[in-house]
Design a protein around this ligand. Structure first.
Ligand SMILES: NC(=O)c1ccc[n+]([C@@H]2O[C@H](COP(=O)([O-])OP(=O)(O)OC[C@H]3O[C@@H](n4cnc5c(N)ncnc54)[C@H](OP(=O)(O)O)[C@@H]3O)[C@@H](O)[C@H]2O)c1
Length: 318
């Protein structure tokens, strides 16, 4: 009887021993994987993935300010000719001139408003005719002026059309125009700028958040469809970047300026099909994905309501 108990205890402790060993090996392996993966992604990067070897031209939407302007500048620095697309011809001419002087590459501009879906895509098609396009950056985006209840958004009909046309439809239509040429040459990169708001629901920015989920899923699905044909489609999901849209004037580690953001983001192409684009943003994204949804939603609601109250108060005073 005594021998049977001893043998049972020994079997149980052996089970605990091996279970413990497997768990420790699993977590050490996971930790090592994360260290190697993140070192490769953020410190070494993949600077050779994007450049004129994909095709002479890069096309950037929303290219006269913020993140899009810096993508255009960086691609030009890598020797690509750039097509800049935004609304204002004056701003386009200015940015094109700066890029030509700094990087000695050809530029082309197309002035369109992505809010007007009915007329612009034939103009863009005409503007891109005959160009060998290696890179498309679908960056143009619009958001709310301030967080608001869905039904209380001023001129709601217009806002629904605006955010869907600029943020989501433009990504599909630009891809439809550019992807066939890339497929003919079996190479090309499409970078779609989504947002962390496409990973985490953003109450009071509901339309914006939903439009960015579309961009993210469109990109990831398209990447799976075409990666075996030499096309990379990347979804970039930043947290705050100091631009006009975010209204953040002073850059900081968690709110970088677009120059810092794009330098990191561009080097992740070919290594990550979806990315926060910048290490501190990847950290924020990891934290938000780890916390329970009820908590992240509550934090978003509280933050948005405070911002809304401040904005409405300011408007009352003016
Ligand atoms: N900034 C952030 O914190 C942040 C965070 C996450 C994601 N994002 C995403 O990053 C992208 C770029 O944002 P950003 O902050 O760099 O914006 P931004 O500084 O406001 O620049 C927007 C660019 O798009 C152009 N544009 C705006 N509306 C347009 C329209 N209807 N038709 C054509 N062009 C238009 C603007 O030029 P014109 O005014 O001359 O047309 C400008 O070149 C967006 O998709 C945004 O959703 C930004």
């Amino acid at each position: 009887m005594m021998i049977e108990v001893t043998s049972l205890l020994s079997s149980v402790s052996s089970v605990f021993y091996w279970t413990g060993t497997v768990v420790v090996v699993y977590f050490v392996g996971l930790l090592l994987y994360y260290v190697v993966y993140n070192t490769r992604l953020w410190m070494l990067g993949n600077p050779g993935a994007v450049g004129p070897h994909l095709g002479a031209w890069a096309v950037v939407t929303g290219a006269t300010d913020g993140i899009g302007k810096v993508y255009a500048e960086e691609l030009a620095k890598r020797g690509m000719k750039v097509v800049l697309i935004s609304r204002s011809q004056e701003k386009l001419d200015q940015v094109a001139k700066e890029i030509r002087e700094r990087s000695k590459v050809e530029t082309k501009t197309i002035a369109v408003d992505f809010e007007n879906k009915d007329t612009i895509y034939s103009d863009i098609k005409q503007g891109l005719e005959g160009l060998q396009i290696g890179v498309l950056v679908n960056n143009v985006g619009a958001s709310y002026s301030y967080p608001e209840y869905f039904l209380e958004i001023p001129d709601l009909d217009k806002m629904i059309n605006k955010l869907i046309n600029i943020n989501s439809l433009s990504v599909c239509k630009m891809t439809q125009l550019v992807l066939p040429g890339m497929l003919e040459r079996s190479k090309g990169v499409i970078i779609n700028v989504s947002s962390i708001a496409g990973s985490q629901p953003q109450p009071f920015l509901t339309l914006y958040s939903a439009s960015k989920v579309f961009v993210d899923f469109f990109s990831q699905s398209l990447n799976a469809e075409y990666k075996h044909k030499g096309i990379i489609v990347q979804s970039v999901k930043p947290y705050f970047v100091a631009t006009k849209m975010s209204k953040i004037r002073k850059a900081s580690i968690f709110h970088p300026n677009p120059e810092v953001f794009v330098k990191y983001a561009l080097n992740t192409v070919g290594l990550a099909s979806e990315t926060a684009g910048y290490p501190p943003h990847a950290f924020v994204s990891w934290i938000l994905n780890t916390l329970p949804t009820w908590l992240t939603t509550k934090l978003s609601v509280d933050g948005a309501l405070k911002t809304r109250a401040r904005y409405l108060q300011k408007m009352k005073k003016n």
